[in-house]
Design a protein around this ligand. Sequence first.
Ligand SMILES: C[S@@+](CC[C@H](N)C(=O)[O-])C[C@H]1O[C@@H](n2cnc3c(N)ncnc32)[C@H](O)[C@@H]1O
Length: 190
Amino acid sequence: MNELDSWEARWAPYDEPTYQSVLNNIRPDDVVLDIGAGDLRLARRMALMARRVFAVERQPALLANQESLPYNLTVLCADARFMPWPAGITLGVLLMRHCTHVGLYAARLRTVGCRRLMTNARWGLAVEVMDLGQRRPWQSVDFGWYACLCGQTGFVPGPPEQLTVDRMDQVIETENCPACLRLQKADFPI
Ligand SMILES: C[S@@+](CC[C@H](N)C(=O)[O-])C[C@H]1O[C@@H](n2cnc3c(N)ncnc32)[C@H](O)[C@@H]1O
């Protein structure tokens, strides 16, 4: 298993617009898995809006001295990569800009039947909602930007005369890119 990157292992809160973009996408019937929940500041707010929130954080110090928890917030002090995940998750939340395990978390969410992952980890920028359903094979992208299920993003070069503004603005959602295999080997060693 890939080690945690030193930035990935650290706690730091995000700004209010980042939290708002997550909260704007919470549905009342959501069962949320908050991966790397920090000091629970976002998990507590999500619990006000969702059916249930499971918050996973590996640093016990961040979970100590908490005020009483809402009835629908369950806190798990563990490494999210290794622990068994609860059933019935409908939304993964991964606010961790330096995360190097997007592929592992996306694959595990898919396995438990979850189809949405809200994260800032793929582009390292704003929050996006990743659709975890079936995607285009990377091999079929002949030109343009792609964003893969494994967390990899990139640009497949093509003839300059075919470059249009629309093509530059479009991002093709893929799976099975060349990085997928490398990450699978690191995260799911046989
Ligand atoms: C940048 S902080 C963000 C905290 C929180 N998501 C927020 O937005 O307020 C990332 C957190 O993820 C935790 N973390 C990183 N990898 C983890 C893992 N594999 N399992 C559980 N927690 C993890 C770190 O300990 C840290 O607290």
